[in-house]
Every structure is written in structure tokens, then in C-alpha cells.
Design a protein around this ligand. Structure first.
Ligand code: 1HE
Length: 241
């Protein structure tokens, strides 16, 4: 469990908080098989700490954005799948962090926005790459041009979250999913975290070849052989059990 703990500023990301995220995810102990990340207080995150933007010039701006990219790459391409449990504001950089996670669970209080458009800036934490993969370029453009806010139910419908659960049940759901994920074969989780997004970025011919290579590696692992035998000999659960 990783908690964003700056509730007095609605978990707005100053440099310290984003560097803290980077540090946590680059140093995950190998025994950690899945991570749940959530916001302490009434919100997941209000995004970038805007007070830090006042004095920054263009060169500093690039370095700052690249620091976010580094940190959120550690989340997406780390050693364990990450589940974001969302409530309250999931805006700006908060949505960028959520988009870097592998699964998003939302509560009814969740709302999503990209206020960068209204603040006269642009996204810088990876949203232009990751968000269109969740909701499409048109929806992201609309969110930034018009300041549109998606509420929890709509957010789940358009793909910002995969789950919408009752108020106060987000962490329970997140932990339940994490327990399932932690029981998967290591190679399957690795393929989903590291190979699937590369296939999604590749051309069809390259993607299909990457898929074949990954499939061959995964099926040849001793863990896969054991699991296949378990099913064939009636020891494994059927689908839906
Ligand atoms: C902040 C921030 C922040 C709150 N930076 N200080 N993000 C935004 O444009 C979102 C701005 N925040 C809000 O719209 C609201 O704060 C919320 C809807 C998220 C929450 O409202 P509320 O009523 O619960 O809290 P509040 O009273 O607005 O805020 C409490 C304190 O947090 C207050 O400071 P205080 O000293 O007066 O107590 C706020 O100023 C402070 N606070 N949000 C700085 N974001 C990699 S690039 C990403 C680019 C972006 O993320 S842009 C989007 C920025």
C-alpha cells in the first residue's frame, strides 16, 4: 500500500512528492507482487503543485516534465502491477499518475479533469501519451479545451476506471484485486506490464511477432507447465470459480 500523504494540499504534487513516488517504485522489494496506491484525505490528488510553477523558465520546465516522466515510468514499468484506488479529485497530474497505473478502481466521489487548459499550461506528466490510450484523443482534447469534468460513473463508462465500487469500499476492492494479481505466474504479470504496452505502440507486423515471442517464453516457464498440468488433472479452478 502506498498512500499519497499531503492532504492539506489535496495531495498536490510538489517535487518532493513526485520524487518520493520515483524512489518507492524503483526500490520495491522483490517480494512485493502488487501495489495499491491511494490518496489520504478527501481526494486522490489535485495534480501538480501550482505554486511551484510561478518562477520556472522553459529549460527548467523541460527538466521538470522529464522528472515526472521518469517517476511515472517507474510506476508503469516497475516490478509489480499497480492498482490506483481513486476518490475525490483525480485531476491534472493526479490523473497522469492514475493513468500510469495498471488498474483503476473508483469510488462515487471520484471526479476527473485536466484543468491545465484553464490554467494556461499543458500536461507534462505523460497524459498526452497515456490518456488517449484509455479514452481516445477526442475526449482528452475536449477535457482540455472545455474544462469538462467527468464524474465517477461516466469515468468508468468511458474507460478512465475499470471498477466503480460503493463509497468507502475502494481499498477493499483494490486489495482483493491485488491478491488475485499476486497469485498469477510471474511471467504473465511481466508480459502484461512490459510487453503489452510495447505491442500496443508497435505496428501490426512487429506486434504480432512480439506476441509470439512472449507467448513462447511464457508457455515454456516451469510455472506455466505446472499450471497447465493442474488444469488437465482437475486440480485448477474452472473459469468463473
Ligand atoms: C493546491 C492545489 C494545487 C489545492 N497546487 N495548491 N491542479 C488544479 O488546477 C486543481 C486545483 N485544485 C482544486 O481545484 C481544488 O483544490 C480541489 C477541487 C482539488 C479540492 O478542493 P477543496 O475545496 O477540497 O480544497 P481547496 O480549499 O481548494 O485546497 C486546499 C489547499 O490546497 C489550498 O491551500 P491553502 O493554503 O489555502 O489551504 C489550495 O490552494 C491547495 N491546493 N490544489 C497547489 N494543484 C506534470 S504537469 C501536471 C499539470 C497539472 O497537474 S495542472 C492541474 C493543477
Amino acid at each position: 500500500m502506498v498512500g499519497l500523504n499531503r492532504p492539506e494540499k489535496r495531495n498536490a504534487f510538489n517535487d518532493e512528492l513526485i520524487l518520493g513516488i520515483e524512489k518507492v517504485f524503483e526500490n520495491l522489494p522483490p517480494s512485493i507482487r502488487c501495489v495499491v496506491i491511494y490518496g489520504i484525505g478527501d481526494h486522490f490528488s489535485a495534480g501538480l503543485d501550482l505554486s511551484e510553477l510561478k518562477e520556472r523558465n522553459a529549460v527548467q520546465g523541460i527538466h521538470h516534465s522529464r522528472m515526472w516522466h521518469r517517476a511515472l515510468d517507474k510506476v508503469q514499468f516497475g516490478t509489480a502491477p499497480v492498482i490506483a484506488v481513486l476518490h475525490g479529485a483525480v485531476v491534472g497530474g493526479g490523473l497522469e499518475l492514475a493513468a500510469a497505473c495498471h488498474i483503476r478502481v473508483s469510488e462515487p466521489s471520484t471526479f476527473y479533469a485536466l484543468p491545465e487548459g484553464q490554467r494556461g499550461i499543458f500536461v507534462g506528466g505523460g497524459a498526452s501519451v497515456r490518456l488517449p490510450k484509455l479514452i481516445g484523443v477526442a475526449r482528452m482534447t475536449d477535457m482540455m479545451l472545455t474544462g469538462r469534468v467527468y464524474k465517477a460513473e461516466e469515468g468508468e463508462r468511458i474507460g478512465l476506471a475499470q471498477y466503480l465500487v460503493e463509497s468507502g469500499k475502494g481499498l477493499t476492492k483494490g486489495k482483493e484485486l491485488a491478491q488475485k494479481i499476486a497469485k498469477n505466474a510471474e511471467m504473465t504479470n511481466y508480459a502484461l506490464m512490459h510487453v503489452l504496452p510495447r505491442i500496443a505502440d508497435a505496428s501490426q507486423t512487429e506486434g504480432l511477432m512480439l506476441e509470439s515471442l512472449m507467448a513462447a517464453i511464457a508457455q515454456s516457464s516451469p510455472e506455466a507447465k505446472q499450471r497447465l498440468n493442474d488444469f488437465l488433472e482437475g486440480r485448477a479452478k474452472k473459469v468463473g470459480q
